[in-house]
Design a protein around this ligand. Structure first.
Ligand SMILES: [Cu+2]
Length: 657
């Protein structure tokens, strides 16, 4: 049992030392709110109850152990101190029989509430499978021969990376992973040295390498490419110190999982699959708590690669559903991953055996300068009025193999909330025989990848992120609209041809609400409350303002596209259903396609004045540059949720100097 750093904040030193001396497992851990994440005791309790059941498969592994979030109505009506349910949702993999089960365990009564087999699915990649896969591949005679052919005899110098199998030959069945080999040598970083052409397919249940392809030797460098200062070599002069201090402490208050800052209040949890989740985001307006969002998280991702090569055509990582971005959060390094005033918070997860563990410094929370909040300089009177903005950032970074993704939620004083993704890490590298970009083609020729170093090509790819936003603007009953702007037709009403108008239309049903961006129409979407109005008579709303985005290149007929239909639209809206959480379904790993959003909208439910959920797909088309090698400078992509008639005037007018 490990006390979280948060916990310390609320206890004076004297009390703290007593706690350390007489620490008991339950003190820090007791859940005080229905949305509190499972603590170590609860995870262990759920596992104990399941293992004690006579039908529990002996060799089973735990793919997921998470809070079974109570029904929304129960959470919304919860009053502090009142009793509330505690349940664990568990996904169990029976390796021996290749079967998957879902269980719900009542943690108060210590009993199994439900246990059911889910046919023909594979849970996400288990933590231990990465190492097992590596051992299995390295023991394979065909793989060893492929290494020897490349002059590699010391197999300890090779790293084998585990990948969800993606599209595969129907000959191979069961629980499959692929193994990609890299020359590691004595370095930490091996992603710049792919042993191209060698890919293994492994059945993880039978623990057999079922296929090994070797499409031929491609040169790779044995020289290390580590990223530490010493390996990089000559460094520029370090800038003079820039110090961030908060002499009176942080400007936010934190109580358990709840954060209050500058009229905002919300809860957060670190979810094993989705990473950071924001719950019950509200704005305190004139003393009244006004709900905006019930739940916001990254629901799914897919990263399809555009190289038709035999060893690349299947690559499309569903990072949330196949790998789980929460459990793959990397521990944040103080003063580097976050500024010096940041608070770094641990998360509690379960391993494959169901054993709880603490992932240290998984979440960062800090205030930062936000530039100018608003300003006007009165030229005639030479009077300046400026207010400086402050922002609150809560974030985590998921590292999925070579790539690192930071997901930042940024609260602002003007009532807006920004979602900012930062993409960094190392591009997926393909070994090629060319040493120079002009060796085989002219600069204007068609390519599916870019040479970024000698013998290294970075194939073109796209990153798609699906954010699920369960809006509750001034309450759960909302409607969804689209705003399109266009020029007015010529005529008596528009004699100078300057006129343009915005038309707002309401989505009546789920299928109508599948939409794409339109720059000509300056298209945005809103979630409105039909019952609540501001002082000027506007229905209160929040507007989803897209930022950069992309459309998919992978064909609609391709299996990857069928599995990732959430990328068909930038915007989706569905009726709230507690089980509809993942844009590509609960089990995208080895899926045949069609799960998730296409299913959620199949019944075409009404969206008018209902509890609605919005899904925003954010795409990034990545045409690699040499400047992104050997590690990528951060690329940002995101979107904003801004109030539209939620307030009656600029809500940041009251921010003092
Ligand atoms: Cu990329």
């Amino acid at each position: 049992m490990k006390y979280s750093r948060l916990f310390y904040v609320y206890f004076p030193i004297a009390v703290l030392s007593v706690l350390i001396l007489f620490s008991t497992a339950t003190l820090a851990a007791e859940a005080s709110h229905p949305l509190d994440p499972l603590n170590e005791g609860e995870i262990a309790g759920a596992v104990k109850v399941l293992r004690a059941a006579s039908n529990f498969p002996k060799a089973a592994l735990f793919a997921t152990i998470q809070l079974n979030e109570p029904p929304k109505t129960e959470v919304l009506s919860f009053k502090a101190g009142a009793p509330f349910r505690r349940e664990a949702f568990v996904i169990v993999l029976d390796r021996e029989r290749n079967r998957t089960y879902e269980a719900v365990v009542d943690l108060r009564a210590n009993k199994i509430v439900s246990w059911k087999e889910i046919a023909r699915v594979q849970p996400l990649v288990l933590v231990g499978e990465y190492e097992t896969l590596q051992q299995l591949v390295k023991a394979d005679a065909r793989w060893q021969a492929a290494m020897r052919k490349r002059g590699i005899t010391d197999f300890d110098k090779v790293a084998v990376d585990g990948w969800a199998v993606g599209q595969t030959d129907p000959r191979f069945t069961g629980r499959l992973l692929r193994g990609l080999s890299y020359f590691k040598g004595d370095s930490a970083n091996y992603y710049g040295r792919p042993i191209e052409g060698v890919v293994a397919i492994v059945n993880m249940n039978t623990q057999k390498v079922v296929d090994l392809t070797d499409t031929g030797v491609v040169p790779f460098t044995r020289q290390g490419q580590d990223l530490d200062e010493q390996s990089i070599g000559r460094l520029r002069e370090k800038p003079k110190p820039l110090v961030i201090t908060q002499p009176e402490g942080a400007g936010y208050q934190m109580k358990g999982q709840e954060v209050r800052w500058q009229k905002w209040q919300f809860r957060y949890t670190m979810h094993p699959r989705e990473g950071l989740v924001l719950h019950m985001v509200s704005y305190v307006d004139d003393g009244k708590i006004r709900p905006v969002i019930y739940r916001l998280a990254l629901s799914e991702m897919v990263v399809p690669y555009g190289d038709p090569d035999a060893n690349w055509r299947w690559r499309a990582a569903f990072d949330v559903g196949e790998y789980s971005v929460g459990r793959l959060a990397s521990p944040l390094e103080p003063n580097l991953d976050a500024p010096e005033n940041a608070q770094l918070i641990d998360a509690t997860f379960a391993d494959d055996e169901g054993k709880p563990y603490s992932l240290e410094k998984a979440v960062g929370l800090y205030e930062r300068d936000g530039g100018i909040l608003w300003k006007h300089y009165e030229s005639s009177s030479e009077k300046n009025e400026t207010r400086r903005a402050r922002e609150l950032v809560i974030f985590f970074v998921a590292t999925i193999g070579n790539y690192d993704y930071a997901v930042n939620y940024i609260f602002k004083q003007d009532g807006s909330l920004e979602v900012d993704l930062a993409l960094t890490g190392i591009m997926l590298a393909k070994g090629v025989k060319e040493k120079r970009a002009d060796e085989n083609h002219s600069p204007t020729s068609e390519t599916t990848g870019h040479l970024v170093a000698e013998n290294i090509l970075a194939p073109h790819h796209q990153h798609f992120f699906s954010f699920r936003i369960d809006f509750d603007v001034d309450g759960p009953l909302n409607s969804v609209t689209e705003m399109n702007t266009s020029a007015l037709p010529a005529g008596a009403n528009n004699p100078y041809l300057n006129g343009f108008a915005m038309r707002e239309s309401i989505f009546k049903t789920e299928r109508e609400a599948g939409r794409r961006m339109d720059m000509q129409a300056a298209r945005v979407w809103t979630v409105k409350n039909a019952a609540a109005k501001n002082a000027l008579g506007h229905h209160t709303s929040y507007i989803l303002v897209p930022g950069t985005n992309a459309l998919p290149y992978i064909a609609e007929e391709a299996l990857t596209r069928k599995r990732a239909q959430f990328i068909n639209n930038h915007f989706w809206a569905t009726r709230y259903r507690s089980e509809e959480v993942y844009a590509a379904g609960v089990y995208p790993n080895q899926s045949a396609g069609g799960d998730g959003l296409p299913q959620f909208i199949a019944d075409n439910e009404s969206l008018e004045n209902q509890d609605v959920v919005v899904w925003y797909t954010l795409g990034v088309t990545h045409i690699p540059r040499p400047e992104e090698w050997v590690v990528m400078p951060v690329t940002h992509a995101g979107f904003k949720l801004i109030p539209g008639g939620f307030f009656s005037r600029n809500p940041a007018l009251d921010v003092p100097k």
